[in-house]
Design a protein around this ligand. Structure first.
Ligand SMILES: [Zn+2]
Ligand SMILES: [Zn+2]
Length: 504
């Protein structure tokens, strides 16, 4: 039986007329669905009423008032994504799309709104960033363990974090520091933090993510540009691990991923007759042509190394080796005493330490990543001095530095390696203090570009960086596993980087 639409005309205080025709209830929003129009005169209003009644009788379902948040939820539930795509896409929806667009009505989203969002993401992936410098506060409370408290430490930590989440100072979507990072910041054992995180996850307060630090559960609310949470009373930037914000432009390919999620969602909204138009048709996501990133200058690299040395001899040497050898951060963490041959000026890159889902994996790099690298006499001296100091210190407690000890370690006997994430964090701190934009990957980028700029050929540069399997395999057949060109590369990089240090 065809439903008969009901319509009415009302006069507004302004004198004009509003015409509306009721056609049903939106199954999702439970709101009345009306076709609406306005008219200047009563006669026009009657004409509009006739038109709307006809439209309603023809069964045209009007636009829904549903918001983007609702659309994204409904769409994600039915989208045919495989497991890993789903994980990625749901992450984009939660972190970016919902905070930016979730509050808007689906039918009000037009192409230019999307273009604006894409332009902002292209400048910086942080939606609250306006392009001006600011501190990224992390509202992690100061965790104080009360020795007189009868409860175990992990329960005290759990309670403090629960309170921060329930009071809203840690908001949904906020990223917590990783177990190791929080442990280092607050000087509390990793075991205690891990146990507390497990309890919080069991309570559904945080989401632990494979290989990433956990985030506070719940839907992130809208983030406006320039609108950032202020830290609460008693906030301690140092212990919360706050840092100056560094803009991270979202990659064009990532923005295109977001665009394709939106395309799918709007196509669904059209099928469901929530809206007549698909704004993703007119919006233009960025294309993937990327300009090469300029490498950090030798001067700047030297500044960061000097800053790292101030912090600790180990950190200084670590960063020096990153730029002089170009090895991966995990490869350097995996470096053992027996891998360093100071007499022959060689280091052996045999392992890569990676942390996956909180688990340390010592990846045997016996295949393509296993390689020997030349180190110049200055670097040899740096390593020798560093090791002598460790040996002297160990001798005072009657311990010898074992051959399988790690070069970089936070325990006195050097039996366990640095966590690569921790090394990244420490290098980031030193770079920030030196006012230079540089991370470990940037260090490798520096190595590659300086070698290429210095006239070293691509094949040898690639071999030094462990990029090519063929190069390293060939090298094993030489009596001296390192060709002459790698020796020159080592000396060149050391000279270039040290040359700048003496300039300041
Ligand atoms: Zn802070
Ligand atoms: Zn930014």
């Amino acid at each position: 039986m065809p439903r008969v639409a009901k319509g009415y005309i009302e006069q507004l205080p302004s004198g004009s007329f509003r015409v509306s025709v009721y056609v049903g209830t939106d199954p999702l929003t439970r709101r009345a669905i009306r076709l609406k129009a306005t008219a200047k005169t009563e006669q026009q209003a009657h004409i509009e009423l006739g038109r709307l009644l006809k439209e309603a009788a023809e069964g045209r379902t009007p636009e829904s008032n549903a918001t983007m948040a609702k659309l994204l939820d409904e769409y994600a539930a039915i989208a045919e994504w495989d497991v890993s795509t789903r994980q990625t896409n749901e992450g984009f929806i939660r972190r970016t799309i919902k905070p930016a667009l979730g509050h808007l009505e689906v039918r009000k989203v037009r192409g230019p709104i999307l273009d604006q969002l894409y332009a902002r993401l292209k400048r910086c992936g942080d939606l609250s960033c306006t392009g001006k410098p600011f501190t990224e506060h992390r509202n992690v409370p100061v965790l104080v363990l009360n020795p007189r408290d009868r409860r175990p430490a992990w329960q005290q930590v759990t309670e403090a974090l629960t309170e921060a989440i329930q009071s809203g100072s840690l908001a949904p979507g906020d990223e917590l520091p990783s177990i190791t990072e929080l442990s280092a910041l607050q000087d509390i054992g990793t075991g205690v933090i891990r146990r507390a995180f497990e309890a919080l996850a069991a309570d559904g307060l945080i989401l632990s993510r494979r290989g990433q630090s956990p985030i506070v559960a719940g839907t992130a609310t809208r983030v406006l540009p320039g609108m950032r949470k202020r830290p609460g009373p008693g906030h301690d930037c140092r212990r919360a691990g706050c840092r100056p914000h560094v803009c991270h432009p979202m990659k064009a390919s990532t923005i295109r991923g977001i665009h394709s999620i939106l395309s799918g969602a709007f196509a669904a909204a059209q099928r469901w007759e929530w809206t007549d138009r698909n704004p993703t048709r007119s919006a233009k996501p960025p294309t993937t042509i990327r300009r090469p990133i300029p490498a950090t200058s030798p001067d700047d690299v030297a500044k960061v190394i000097a800053e790292a040395r101030e912090r600790s001899a180990a950190l200084g040497l670590y960063l020096w080796l990153v730029v002089v050898t170009g090895v991966r951060r995990g490869e350097l963490c995996g470096l053992q005493i027996r891998d360093v041959d100071l007499d022959r000026g060689l280091i052996h890159i045999a392992f890569n330490y990676v942390v996956r889902g909180g688990q340390r994996v010592r990846k045997d790099t016996k295949t393509h990543q296993d390689r020997w690298l030349a180190i110049d006499p200055d670097t040899c001296t740096l390593i020798a001095t560093y090791l002598d100091e460790i040996r002297v210190e160990l001798a005072t407690v009657g311990v010898e530095l074992r051959e399988d000890a790690y070069l970089f370690s936070n325990d006195s006997a050097h039996s366990g390696p640095w966590n690569p994430d921790w090394a990244t964090h420490k290098v980031a701190e030193a770079a920030a203090a030196a006012g230079v934009k540089l991370d470990i990957k940037g260090g490798r980028h520096y190595t590659a570009s300086q070698l290429l700029a210095g006239g070293f050929d691509l094949r040898n540069t690639a071999a030094r960086l462990g990029h090519s399997g063929g190069g390293a395999t060939t090298l094993r057949h030489y009596a001296d596993p390192v060709p002459e060109v790698d020796r020159r590369a080592a000396a060149y990089l050391a000279r270039l980087t040290a040359g700048s240090t003496s300039q300041d």
